[in-house]
Each structure stands twice: as C-alpha cells, then as structure tokens.
Design a protein around this ligand. Structure first.
Ligand code: ATP
Ligand code: MG
Length: 333
C-alpha cells in the first residue's frame, strides 16, 4: 500500500508565494508517488473568523482554484472540505481529553499567532485547541507524511504526542506522522519581518496581476544598511535575494548578482527589476490556468465534493477503529 499524505490550507485568503514554496510545490511532486489528500480546512479557519463565515465561504473556491492552477491534479490527489467530514469533529472531541490546557498554551505557533491576532473578547477555546483538531485531521486519514511549512512543526509534534497517549491508553491504533519540510520552509514576507502570511500585508498572491506583482516587488524591503549603490550589501537576510533563490532558475546569474551586491556596486532597483522578471515568468502560466478554470466554478466545486465523499469513507473507517479501541463501540460488543 502507498504511504498516505495529508495536507491542507485555511480558506482565509488566496494562496501566496509562501504556500507555493513551503507546501504546494511538494504536493505537486508527491502526488505521483503517494496517496495524497488535500483538505480545505474551513473548520480551522472559523476558529479565528467565527464572526465572518462569509469570508471563509468565499475563500473555499479561491483555494480550489489555486490548487488546480499550480498543478494539483484531482485524478491523483483527493481534495476535500473539512466541515463536510464529521469523523474529524468526533475524533477531535475524543482527543481533547488527551492533552492538557497548559500544553496547548505552550505551543510556540499558537503563541505567535495569538500575538498577531489580539483577540479582543478573549481567546476562543476553538482557537487554542486547533492543534488537537489538526491531530484529528492527520490521523483520520492515517497519514504518514504531512508536507507543510515550518510553522506546522509544533502541530505535528502535538499530533505525535496525542497518538502516543492514545496508543498507550487504548492499544496500538494510530500512526505518528512525519512532517516533510521544503527547502524553503518559511518564506519571509515582502516586509522582511514576518513569515509571508494571508493574515498580514506582506504577501504576493499566486493570482496577483502583473501590475500588482511589480508594485509589490518594487516596494520590497531589502538591506536597510545598503544606502548607497557602492555600499557592500547583505544578501542573506534580504527578501529580494531569498525570493531569487526560491524562484529563480538561472542559478549562475543569481550567484553573480549576489557576489556583486555583497562587494558593492549593484543597486536595489536593478535586483528588484530582475526579481520582477523572474516572478512574472513564474506566475504567468499559473494565472492563465486560473482564469480558464474560473469559467466553470460548478465543475471546481464538484471536484471537492467528490473528493469529500471519498474522504468520508476513509475517515469513517478510522473513527470506527478509534471507537473500538476506546471500547465505546457499544453496539458491536
Ligand atoms: P493564515 O495567516 O490565515 O494562518 P497562512 O498564510 O499562514 O494563513 P495557512 O493556510 O495557515 O496559511 O498555511 C497553509 C500551509 O502553508 C501550511 O503548511 C503552512 O506551513 C504553509 N505556509 C504558510 N505560509 C508559509 C510561508 N510563508 N512559508 C512557507 N510555508 C508557508
Ligand atoms: Mg497559518
């Protein structure tokens, strides 16, 4: 049997370059080798958007369009929608008993995200516990691997802890998953400060227009100490060079530009113009495919609904095994 992959995204916005390099690119490769499920995590998106379900609803189709336009192939990958898979919600309830509140409060990604979000009415319990629901996502599909960005490492660790506790209490039932990190597990935003994120204004969308791409690239953060063209510049923490490394194909040219920038004499505008060229070239085919797919949205939704049917079969089976292990399968006893 093929190893199983589960990944997903929150429908909180269109996907951006960080998603591509951190996760989408690997998915397109991995779908040829593994049984891959990609989940639109709308339940998770609601944990910090409870007051705005319309935003979540609207972004489901955006995510689906992004998936298909980068090359996720529904004949190879099963695409599904989290809220339509009841087994995940049930597993979450059982797993909540296997983790302490203080453990959830120590989760570094949650801590970071809480800082960014500033919940005015207190932290929603669903937000604090979303790592548990993620453990339910992963184990429901019995996934061996999760290709994701670095911010997800604590979630996978939490999942493994829940799996171990479950297996200790109820007998060997669930598998511990492993994260698959890409070469760029955390793409910095155009601001050079935080991870590129849907929730921040530091992203370049896969669906951005050529004009928007150019505007965003030309106003990117670079090396703040590179004031004059002739000053030696820093390429390491410089998002313009980080993006060139991630998306540029002419590695020799990029190496030469880096050396030139580091010794001084290469201006930021020149480097940005080249990055703009690289990104325009990379994003154009994705945008064209997206525009074509957009003409038949019904067909796109159907792909997700069909995938969800299949996901319900697999996850219901896991739930059955879980209930049996927990000896709460009363009717079968
Ligand atoms: P939000 O701000 O709503 O949380 P997000 O941009 O963090 O959105 P998610 O849907 O939470 O996106 O993440 C989906 C996947 O993309 C995860 O595997 C995550 O690790 C990965 N990812 C997100 N941003 C980046 C990034 N900047 N670099 C690498 N991977 C990323
Ligand atoms: Mg996120």
């Amino acid at each position: 049997m093929k190893d199983i992959i589960l990944t997903g995204d929150r429908p909180t916005g269109k996907l951006h370059l960080g998603h591509y390099i951190g996760s989408l690119k690997s998915r397109v490769e991995l779908q040829n080798k593994y049984k891959q499920y990609v989940m639109v995590a709308d339940v998770q998106a609601l944990t910090d958007n409870a007051d705005n379900p319309q935003k979540v609803r609207d972004n489901i189709i955006e995510l689906l369009l992004d998936y298909l336009s980068v090359g996720i192939d529904p004949n190879k990958t099963t695409i599904c929608i989290q809220s339509m898979i009841p087994a995940i919600a049930e597993l979450t309830i059982f797993y909540l008993n296997l983790v302490s509140v203080s453990r959830l409060e120590r989760n570094p990604t949650i801590k970071q995200e809480l800082k960014m979000r500033n919940f005015s009415g207190g932290i929603p319990a669903g937000f604090l516990t979303y790592p548990v629901s993620q453990a339910a996502d992963i184990t429901a599909f019995q996934a061996n691997f999760v290709p994701a960005g670095e911010d997800q490492a604590p979630m996978i660790e939490q999942t493994c802890e829940i799996v171990r506790r479950f297996n200790t209490y109820y007998g060997e039932t669930l598998k511990e998953p492993k994260i698959i990190l890409s070469k760029t597990p955390r793409l910095v935003g155009t601001d050079g400060k935080s991870k590129m994120s849907k929730s921040l204004r530091n992203k370049i969308y896969l669906a951005d227009s050529p004009d928007d791409i150019e505007k965003k690239v030309m106003s990117m953060f670079t090396d703040p100490n590179h004031l004059n063209v002739n000053d030696p510049g820093n390429t390491k923490d410089n998002p313009v060079f980080i993006y060139l490394d991630a998306f540029g194909e002419d590695k020799e040219k990029i190496a030469a530009m880096k050396a030139h920038y580091e010794r001084g004499g290469l201006g930021d505008v020149k480097v940005k113009k080249y990055l703009n060229e690289v990104l325009q070239g990379f994003l154009e085919p994705i945008r064209i495919k997206r525009e074509a797919l957009q003409k038949d949205l019904k067909a796109i939704y159907k792909i997700a609904f069909d995938g969800t049917k299949e996901a319900n079969i697999v996850t219901a089976d896991t739930l059955k095994n879980v209930k049996k292990a927990m000896r709460i399968n009363y009717q079968d006893m």
